[in-house]
Design a protein around this ligand. Structure first.
Ligand SMILES: [Zn+2]
Ligand SMILES: [Zn+2]
Length: 340
């Protein structure tokens, strides 16, 4: 059997689940039998054609599974190992890679974004992207390491002072993961804002200290009259920037974490940034933060597991995409071990 089942995006908006040829491992690659692969906002952009992906493409960049074969340059002892995958593909020799800024690599790519990925029974992964996971770590949790590693990099970008307070716009999986990491890093109070009461209810049960619907933001003048040390946009909605800025405390930081559409513009007042000495930061993907994210998930897996609200069979890729568009659930994953 040289064939496998995979989600194939033949062109934007045109996905099928079909039999395709199994990938072969290059010298320094391994073949992973995928067990779980998560979806995120980037998958919606890849589906609709708003990303740098080539087509046809097998998407899926948040994956974990078992190594079933290895290339000639890889120790065969790896066969049978349970692993999680850092999807980042960086050339290693451009100016930015040589300066340890792999997420700015001039030929940056990612498994499932620019080359075939994890919404398939098998996928090819360079050995450099492989992380062994403990036997007791379930694959669905291991597939969460990727979004956690984006949040770990975001934390490294910020200056976090113990005892400070944070305001996060967006109660999606990234906002909630960031909330957990900030709280673990010493932020005393995290307030989450969202348009959806359903998501806010999840955020509250997940540990948000305060929740607020976006149309009642003026209430913050009572609970945080001087603003927040850290304000994060985890929505990617360009309008959030001007709404968020006035809530940054003097000498505080504003982090752009959500992915806004390319070419979108926002109006903000430079005087406030100048006068209040506000630092504006952004964080893009993963920069050698995957291994530490794995440590976090290993130690605190229970805190993250409840984010996985849906595990669907590979055949349900299109259903998962429409559920995400409707804002259903928190983290959706496709599970190759689920029959459907
Ligand atoms: Zn993702
Ligand atoms: Zn590079």
């Amino acid at each position: 059997m040289n064939q496998m089942k995979a989600v194939v995006l033949r062109a934007p908006q045109d996905a099928v689940v079909e039999l395709v040829e199994k990938p072969d491992a290059g010298d320094n690659d391994v073949i992973v039998r995928v067990s779980a692969c998560g979806l995120c906002g980037t998958d919606l952009k890849i589906f609709s054609g708003e990303y740098l992906s080539p087509y046809p493409l097998i998407p899926g960049h948040e994956l974990a599974g078992t190594i079933v074969s290895v290339g000639s340059g890889v120790d065969s002892a790896w066969i049978g190992q349970r692993v999680a995958v850092d999807p980042t593909l960086a050339c290693g020799h451009c100016e930015f890679c040589q300066d340890a800024q792999f997420n700015h690599c001039e030929s940056w790519g990612a498994i499932g974004d620019t080359v075939n990925g994890g919404f398939a029974e098998f996928t090819r992964v360079p050995m450099a992207n492989i992380y062994r996971i403990k036997d007791r770590m379930p694959f669905n949790l291991a597939a969460l390491v990727e979004p956690v590693s984006c949040a770990v990099w975001a934390l490294e970008r910020m200056r976090i002072r113990p005892g400070s307070r944070a305001l996060i716009f967006g109660a999606g999986p990234m906002g909630l993961i960031l909330m957990k990491l900030l709280a673990n890093a010493g932020v005393m109070r995290v307030t989450i804002v969202d348009t959806s009461l359903e998501r806010l209810t999840v955020a509250k049960s997940y540990g948000a200290h305060d929740i607020l619907q976006s149309d009642t933001l003026d209430q913050l003048q009572y609970s945080a009259p001087k603003g927040f040390d850290l304000v994060v946009d985890a929505t990617g909605n360009p309008n959030v920037l001007s709404i968020a800025l006035p809530w940054v405390r003097k000498a505080g930081q504003l982090l752009l974490f959500g992915v806004s559409p390319q070419g979108a513009t926002a109006t903000i007042g430079p005087y406030l940034i100048y006068h209040n000495e506000i630092t504006i930061l952004s964080s893009m993907a993963i920069n050698h933060s995957y291994g530490r994210a794995l440590n976090i998930v290993e130690e605190r897996g229970g805190e993250f597991r409840s984010l996985i609200t849906h595990e669907l069979p590979l055949n349900d890729y299109l259903r998962a995409i429409s559920m995400m568009k409707e804002g259903k659930g928190i983290k959706l994953q496709l599970s190759m071990d689920t029959v459907g």
